[in-house]
Design a protein around this ligand. Structure first.
Ligand code: ZN
Length: 308
């Protein structure tokens, strides 16, 4: 048994809430592996981890929980699946957790993902982020994204940067933040196969993933009055700082998202105003019911106002 008393400031029933929660992790590599480590230790009870890949030697320097013998090929010639390393790592933190480890593309794991309370994404592609965010909104699931890039500067130095974004149904999205744009998606599609491996190192992923874990725990067991629905921090890895971009307070707080209209939030075949949370989900965890009640009352208000 783990004694969670030192994190009991998260709320008197926080251990039960965390044990009852199901976390989705899409993309289990340099960034995603920090999620498995931290959410296991903190006592999350249920996990869905999706990644179609096997570990490679070039992943080891930033893959939390990986071991040298994970690179040994089995009789099919495969190294250890990344989702199996995830399972092992999560169970080290919480031996009682249930881990649904799916070695496939996330688009082939939507049934399992739709049951999650929060989905964390550490994928490299803008197109994947765009699709996954849309999926989360349809299924009324909070979505938290992290990403980092290393850019070579004109003088030959390098800049490390990144972001953490919390995107909730009915509020601003990655497109509002200009993180996902049609230009970036098109550029990515054109370069597919030519771009080569992107530079990555372990510590910025650790900063970004740890910050995202904090965002997630604040949704599940808030230990302070809630802040903005959109939470967005940009990371400057050269100075080691995380801060809110000015656009957030100067512009976005006074606008609403035009990319995912309220009418596109939730199942397109159902009127969200008629939904009863406990009837609509297969596994109504406390968090799921809390989130659904929040989105539904919020959206009912907006939709009634719009007279839809
Ligand atoms: Zn938007």
């Amino acid at each position: 048994m783990t004694d969670y008393s030192r994190q009991s400031f998260l709320g008197k029933d926080s251990s039960e809430k965390l044990k009852d929660s199901k976390i989705g992790i899409v993309g289990y590599g340099g960034g995603g592996s920090h999620f498995g480590q931290q959410f296991g230790h903190i006592g999350i009870g249920h996990f869905v981890v999706v990644d179609d890949d096997f570990i490679e030697e070039s992943n080891r320097h930033r893959f939390v929980g990986s071991e040298p013998n994970d690179l040994e090929a089995d009789n099919l010639g495969n190294t250890r699946a990344k989702v199996e390393i995830a399972r092992r790592q999560i169970l080290r933190g919480n031996p009682h957790a249930t881990v649904t480890a799916l070695r496939r593309r996330w688009q082939e794991a939507t049934d399992a993902l739709s049951e999650c309370d929060i989905i964390f994404d550490a994928v490299d592609s803008f197109a994947q982020r765009d699709e996954l965010e849309r999926f989360c909104r349809r299924n009324l699931i909070p979505y938290i994204d992290i990403g980092m890039v290393v850019t070579e500067l004109d003088n030959g130095d390098f800049a490390i940067s990144g972001q953490v974004v919390q995107s909730l149904p009915g509020t601003h999205c990655l497109r509002c933040c200009n993180i996902v744009t049609d230009e970036r998606i098109a550029e990515e599609a054109n370069q597919y196969g030519d771009a080569g491996p992107q530079p990555q190192v372990i510590w910025p992923n650790g900063v970004l993933a740890s910050t995202a874990v904090g965002f997630g725990i604040a949704l599940l067991t808030p230990w302070f009055p809630s802040t903005n629905a959109l939470r967005w921090l940009v990371y400057d890895g050269n100075t080691g700082t995380l801060k809110e971009p000015n656009i957030l307070s100067q512009y976005l707080v006074n606008t609403s998202c035009s990319h995912h209209p309220e009418t596109e939030v939730g199942d397109p075949l159902a009127d969200i105003r008629e939904w009863q949370p406990t009837d609509q989900v297969c596994r109504p965890s406390q968090s799921k019911v809390m989130f659904l009640q929040r989105w539904i009352s919020w959206l009912r208000e907006k939709m009634d106002h719009l007279r839809i």
